[in-house]
Design a protein around this ligand. Structure first.
Ligand code: NDP
Length: 332
């Protein structure tokens, strides 16, 4: 077996100018961990786009192999939980930001970060879902914990054509919710309806400064966008409703008032996938197994090769990617 592996490496020079290249690295350079994994599939998330383009400072260790998600087979394990040949899955935990990640033929990781791949999900399917899709499920579970059920009224999904949004629509639709999809891409309305959206609205309706309170339009929401959009979502949520907030595609600010909270008992539910405890991750992936229609997942997904990752990273930041991107690592 070769002592080297192929990877995408993001580096910085003395003037902090960032560059990215595909390189061969010695396996001896892999960072510490107790499990070594052959990467069979990975994906391109918004955060990977930020890491590769340098648009936001998500990389915390230089040089870095990005890739916050991976699925593959265990090659070596120094822990009892995993054995060679086990299929495993990793989402987040700072991998691809502070620890070398999924854009490489192999990865050395801490066993605490890994979960076993659910038996009915292949590595390619797991990465079609990726952090974006698993976060959608965390959002759905947050709404359910708050008691938002399909009979209470529609649920709005923002950033509908993006990774989080499109998987959220597919899941909510299978669970029987009425879905309002907010998008800037009106030409994709048919695609969103096929996924399960019942109504499509223009994201401009929500992205500008609005009133502290508006007409009650939805029982709940999943927001991948933040900023004025999230403020307007809260202002138009019906009494006792809730919005699960997980993203900042418009901005990380929240120019809102407390009025929806104190007059309508509206709740704002924060959702983080990166440091979510293992038990919650396992629960979310079990729910994905039962509540995500895999034929819809296929319709959302574009498959690319390892050499296409750098281009896809720029595209996701430019808002040009529809749905999810999966990287088949078979030919790396
Ligand atoms: P994508 O880039 O795939 O999707 C984002 C979508 O947001 C776009 O497709 C677009 O949807 C919409 N959008 C983009 N720019 C704007 C804008 N200026 N104003 C309004 N809407 C906009 O990213 P993901 O779905 O993977 O991630 C979405 C967000 O969630 C990101 O901010 C990401 O960092 C965050 N995230 C957070 C996680 C967590 O743990 N909390 C985990 C995963 C993601 P359309 O074209 O339909 O308008």
């Amino acid at each position: 077996m070769s002592d080297q592996f192929r990877a995408i490496l993001v580096s910085r020079d003395d003037e902090k100018k960032q560059s990215v290249e595909i390189v061969m690295l010695d396996k001896s350079k892999l960072m510490d961990g107790d499990v070594t994994v052959k990467v069979e599939a990975t994906t391109v998330n918004y955060k990977d786009g930020l890491a590769i383009t340098g648009k936001s400072p998500v990389v915390r260790h230089w040089p870095m192999i990005p890739g916050i998600d991976l699925a593959g087979s265990v090659i070596n394990s120094d822990c009892n939980e995993f054995s060679p040949g086990d299929k495993v899955l990793l989402n987040g935990f700072g991998v691809g930001e502070a620890h070398w990640g999924g854009y490489a033929s192999i990865a050395r990781l801490k066993s605490d970060w890994l979960i076993k791949l659910p038996s009915n999900i292949t590595p390619i399917q797991a990465m079609s879902i990726g952090t974006a899709g698993y976060t959608s499920m965390l959002c759905v579970m947050a709404l359910e914990r708050h008691g938002i059920t399909p009979d209470q009224g529609p649920v709005i999904v923002t950033g509908a054509n993006g990774g989080v949004g499109s998987v959220a629509i597919a899941i909510l639709s299978k669970l029987g919710y009425q879905i309002i999809a907010s998008t800037g891409r009106a030409n994709e309305a048919e695609f969103l309806k096929e996924l399960g959206a019942n109504e499509i609205i223009d994201r401009n309706e929500l992205s500008n400064p609005g009133r502290p309170m508006g007409k009650e339009r939805w029982a709940g929401g999943i927001d991948a966008v933040g900023s004025h959009t999230l403020a307007n979502l809260l202002a138009q949520t019906q009494y006792g409703g809730a919005i699960a907030a997980c993203g900042l595609a418009q901005g990380f600010d929240l120019p809102a008032t407390v009025m929806p909270f104190i007059l309508r008992n509206v709740a704002l539910l924060g959702v983080d996938s990166v440091m979510a405890p293992k038990q919650l991750r396992e629960q979310a992936w079990k729910r994905i197994e039962s509540d995500l229609d895999m034929s819809k997942l296929e319709a959302i997904t574009t498959k690319i090769g390892f050499d296409d990752i750098i281009g896809a990273a720029a595209d996701i930041i430019d808002g040009k990617i529809k749905g999810r991107v999966v990287v088949d690592m078979a030919d790396i």
